[in-house]
Design a protein around this ligand. Structure first.
Ligand SMILES: *Cc1c(COP(=O)(O)O)cnc(C)c1O
Length: 368
């Protein structure tokens, strides 16, 4: 089906910066600079500066960032790691794939890990916690930091959906041992293929991840420092991402202005719960504009039928997929929101006409 308002429009986004992108492409291709060249170093330096950490290390995906972070923290067999019941499955898979046990924790109204439930889930085997900053709004890091200190837990931030967001000025990815980012094409900073990174202030963690992404090899000496992986960020993607990062602060402003328009148009509809939370000092960059509609599928299907492409992530929580072998201890908030979530179109390439159309269709569903 062809939508009048597609959820995202990568071709239109490309046209916004076509000339600049083609300059980057030409420079890299004409020199054959495909792996580990200055574009990667430059992107890492600029990403670290943007997030406010000493180091950033480019990887092939957000999953790799989570996976290598847990390894860097020495988490493995016999350890438990807390993870929200409502997140993308990769957060949990990284824990399982290092041999540790994920302990799921329900989320609150802001879709992030419920800080009241965290301490109840701690056992003598708990080693770490992965707060996920979902949709562009950060988990309550000041509180999580205190709990982690008290119980000696490692924090790995899943910031895959929250590049640029902050609490009291301190950015997502600057709080934990590492921050994990994804540059999957439809993330807030998207490449043209897979990509990811960790940010950290810890020099030995940065060095470990740098080696492990390249099969354990230290590029300067050729020495293998362990059995590693192949998950370095491609130089071409690094070049594109470094360019897009320059536009990024401006793009966040555009997202916020779209969110503001949605808020103005929908705030008086009682059956719609909107992602505008009153937490002073907490920023929202609107990677996703996720509403909770009481009418669930009826609402999302109506939008699609009327030419507005929406996503309903996730109607089926990951812990309900039986082959993942996870324990469903009952997560009432996740259960309920799963039936209601609906992501409205939110991207910098939306036109005024498209925004007005989304507003018209949503209000129309509620007879407004
Ligand atoms: C996208 C995403 C990931 C995984 O990133 P990939 O680059 O696709 O591996 C992990 N966690 C969250 C919350 C994400 O949104």
């Amino acid at each position: 089906m062809k939508y009048f308002v597609p959820f995202v429009n990568p071709a239109a986004n490309y046209l916004l910066i076509k000339n600049e992108l083609e300059t980057v492409y030409h420079e890299i291709m004409s020199k054959g600079d495909l792996v580990y060249r200055h574009q990667l170093k430059s992107f890492e330096d600029n990403l670290a500066k943007f997030v406010g950490t000493k180091y950033a290390v480019g990887l092939n995906s957000g999953y790799d960032a989570l996976h290598l972070s847990l390894r860097a923290a020495g988490i493995g067999k016999g350890d438990e790691v807390m993870v929200p019941a409502h997140t993308f499955v990769a957060t949990c898979s990284a824990i399982v794939n290092v041999g540790a046990t994920p302990v799921l924790v329900d989320v609150g109204k802001d879709f992030n890990i419920d800080i009241i439930q965290i301490e109840k889930a701690i056992t003598p085997r708990t080693k770490g916690i992965i707060p996920v900053h979902l949709n562009g709004f950060m988990a309550d890091m000041p509180v999580i930091e205190k709990i982690a200190e008290k119980h000696n837990l490692v924090i790995v931030e899943d910031a895959c959906q929250s590049l640029g967001s902050f609490i009291h000025g301190k950015k997502a990815g600057a709080w934990g041992l590492t921050g994990c980012f994804s540059f999957y094409p439809f993330k807030i900073l998207g490449g043209y293929g897979d990509g990811g990174a960790i940010t950290t202030n810890n020099e030995s963690v940065a060095l470990f991840v740098k080696r492990m992404r390249y099969n354990g090899e230290d590029r300067e000496t050729g020495e293998y420092h362990g059995h590693g992986f192949t998950c370095i960020l491609d130089n071409l993607q690094a070049g594109f991402l470094d360019l897009k990062l320059k536009f990024f602060p401006e793009w966040i402003k555009i997202r916020k202005s779209i969110a503001e328009k949605y808020w103005k148009a929908f705030s008086e509809i009682p059956d719609l719960f909107l992602p505008h939370y009153s937490k002073p000092g907490f920023d929202h960059v609107y990677q996703n504009y996720v509403v909770r509609a009481k009418q669930g599928n009826e609402f999302s299907e109506y939008l699609k039928k009327n030419g507005v492409e929406v996503l309903t992530q996730f109607r089926k929580p990951y812990y309900k997929h039986t082959e993942l072998n996870l324990i469903d201890r009952g997560f009432p908030e996740t259960e309920q929101l799963s039936k209601e979530v609906c992501s409205l179109p939110m991207c910098v390439e939306l036109t005024e006409e498209q925004i007005a159309y989304v507003i018209k269709v949503v209000r129309g569903f509620y007879g407004k």
